[in-house]
Design a protein around this ligand. Sequence first.
Ligand SMILES: [Zn+2]
Length: 203
Amino acid sequence: MNQDLAPTTEAVYKLIQELNKLPGIGPKSAQRLTYYLLRAPEEQAKLLADAIVSVRQKTRLCPVCFNVTDSNPCLICRNQQRDRNKICIVEQPQDILALEHTGIYKGLYHVLHGAISPTEGVGTDDIRIKELLERLQGSSVDEVILATNPNLEGEQTAMYLQRLILPLGIRVTRLARGLPFGTELEYADDVTLTRAIEGRQEF
Ligand SMILES: [Zn+2]
């Protein structure tokens, strides 16, 4: 084995450790990626490093919907072609990507950045609920679509939001039950998601 690539090298060890912290990357994958990057053209490794730095420097959260954006407000909030009377509530920015990919929903969004989870210590004040209520007060919104994940935390969050939003005189709907329980929105396929949006029901 080439001594330069021995896993005892501190720089190598450090990269393996950092990659291992990423979701879905176990120790084996972290090792594989590290050795791949060691052998790849230097330019490729540099492009990856630059992309990581610039995604943090050049993006922020939209002050209206809390989607990840590089413009203020984000392109969706800014788009006058979208139906401004509908707001779809999602847990994470990547859920917007999944829903946008279906092309069927033309309203606005609100990203909670999490779901209520007493077991993980996430309370109602830890996600963007206050901002949602402020946004709804005195707005022209006539329907809120609860698109939190079809799992325990997502259901709890949806029920909590429903209790807060219904008294405002706004229709509250929930994505149809076509989504299997326990899954996450971002992994749902287009057909299932399209059906879930079209078949949304009063909640
Ligand atoms: Zn926005």
